[in-house]
Design a binder for this molecule. Sequence first.
Ligand code: AMP
Length: 498
Amino acid sequence: MRSANLPWAHVRNGKKHLLSSFQEFGLADPIARALAEENYVTPTPIQAQTIPLALAGRDVVGIAQTGTGKTASFALPILNRMLESRIKPLPKTCRVLVLSPTRELSGQILDSFNAYGRHMRLSTALAIGGVPMGRQVRSVMPGVEVLVATPGRLLDMVQGNAIKLSQVEFLVLDEADRMLDMGFIHDIRKIVAKLPIKRQTLFFSATMPKDIADLAEQMLRDPARVAVTPVSSTAERIEQRIIQVDHAAKPALLAEILKKETINRALVFTRTKHGADKVVKGLARAGIEANAIHGNKSQNHRERVLAAFRSGEVRTLVATDIAARGIDVDGVSHVVNFDLPNVPETYVHRIGRTARAGAEGVAISLCAGEEIAYLRDIEKLIRISLPREDRRTPGHRDTAPKPTQHRGGRSTSHVHAARTGEHGAGAANPGKANRRRRRPASGSVALPGARHESGRHEAPRPQSAGSNGGKDGGLQGVAFLQRDNRAPHSNRNPRPQR
Ligand code: AMP
């Protein structure tokens, strides 16, 4: 039996106490009513573990991905504790600070706080990069209870005296591993240095490599540790297939797949923004409607495209990794990797977009000769040898580069990646863009290539070469939740743009 289906809380009187409903948390009435309206009945495993601890005032470090219900696992106890001592925030301050890596995720977190706090007259604000600062500065001027922020923009606002962090009582770090990948470590440290020592901190990360564990160690006080099911349970529900194909034949093959498979919603991943646009054009020529979502698109465009994808009006969305990250769309039946990612963990994040809420999903990866090294890294990480179908033209096979041996015997797929020029600008000059090298469990080295896309995120501050990401526990996957059969609060409450 998968523990994902077993809602359980912490150990009480030496016994594992089963929590089968939200009522058992004893949440305040306004919150309980909001949950009933959201049709939340059973706590998810991460909620069952985290909520009682957080309600008791403990710091918590949680290993959980988006899709596990982790937002409610921190938002609900925080709102409940705030209700216990409701005070009007001082001007230019906040009581709750949530740090998240991207503006999409920040918007979704804010939506969740607004949804769960809808009967509390909650004051909330966003501080996210990539949009003008003026409105955000004005929105925090009277003081807010909850501020959701990306680190760079928050720091700019702190430095511009638009917000003071001296009154923060609750700090949440969401997707800590992603924030470190994006180079936000220095910003985070600067922000944390400005916070009161006496606070409650809830720290979430999809993975817990040593550098993240160290960061948590420094920031948390005697934290309780919670985790949800390892990645294998996600992978088990996803039918994963590799199709080896010549690079030039990928567009036609993608069109064939989208026509042949029974698609509810398909998320197609490309490594670059330009690649995403090209794929959409190619599909249009094949008579398939698709939209692209990436950092060069306006916020309006992104919202329109997402709405069309959510409603099922356009069933194919072509996305870069960063654009897709944090976007909460359920009912994705197929993930197609038009390009294989050069960071193996990214593959796991990508395929995790399907097979939510115990549903089945299909992940198809188109692998050209030059991507074989990436495939090997992925297989090492997930410890599965993926079934391969060979659609390469005989005699016209792309040559698979032999991964160069580094000192210590690690493969250097990233070196090739930079050479092929398939990444964004960042990977073409990995030394400049991001010096952090990942060391997955497999022992291979890969660079998080086009991790940030100009114009979409705050420019991450440069990161020291020393912050290495040796994985210690592998990826943690989840039983993903689905929003389809509920009225999604993000649709009802359009994301506030402050
Ligand atoms: P998250 O991992 O926080 O992004 O949540 C994923 C999705 O699950 C969101 O659509 C939430 O609204 C939904 N969700 C979270 N907790 C529950 C729950 N206990 N019951 C039903 N849906 C939930």
